[in-house]
Design a binder for this molecule. Structure first.
Ligand code: HEC
Length: 101
């Protein structure tokens, strides 16, 4: 509960400018490789799997969805992302694909 609130504050407090000012997109890119985030996406979408983020009916519509979906994905593999890892991954995916303001 405490952790969720902390995360909520980080996200809610940062909606004006870049949505994840406390996340490192550079580190997020490394985490994405380290956690093999593309492994399932590749199987589903083909290619390097990145089309999952840009497919016309993609499910992530805002920064909250992004965090939720990453939790679902990592949960499916039994991995628990830390709050900082989520921010870093979110910063990377937002900078590269989603471009939420
Ligand atoms: C166990 C397989 C699996 C792994 C590993 C996985 N994903 Fe996913 N991911 C999926 C599936 C399946 C979907 C599509 C869900 C849907 O269609 O609603 C998805 C969708 C997503 C989306 C939403 C794309 C959209 O529609 O906008 C994001 C963001 C995402 N994954 C991030 C990650 C990240 C970050 C990691 C690594 C920490 C990761 N995923 C690892 C299976 C996985």
């Amino acid at each position: 509960m405490k952790k969720t609130f902390f995360l909520f504050c980080l996200i809610a407090g940062s909606t004006q400018a870049a949505p994840f000012p406390n996340g490192s997109a550079e580190n997020g890119k490394k985490l994405f490789a380290k956690y093999e985030c593309s492994s399932c996406h590749e199987g589903k979408m083909g290619g390097d799997g990145s089309a999952i983020f840009t497919r016309p009916n993609h499910t992530v519509k805002n920064t909250g969805d992004l965090i939720t979906q990453m939790e679902r994905c990592s949960g499916a593999t039994g991995k628990q992302l830390t709050a900082q890892e989520k921010l870093d991954l979110a910063a990377h995916l937002n900078q590269t694909y989603y471009h939420f303001k």
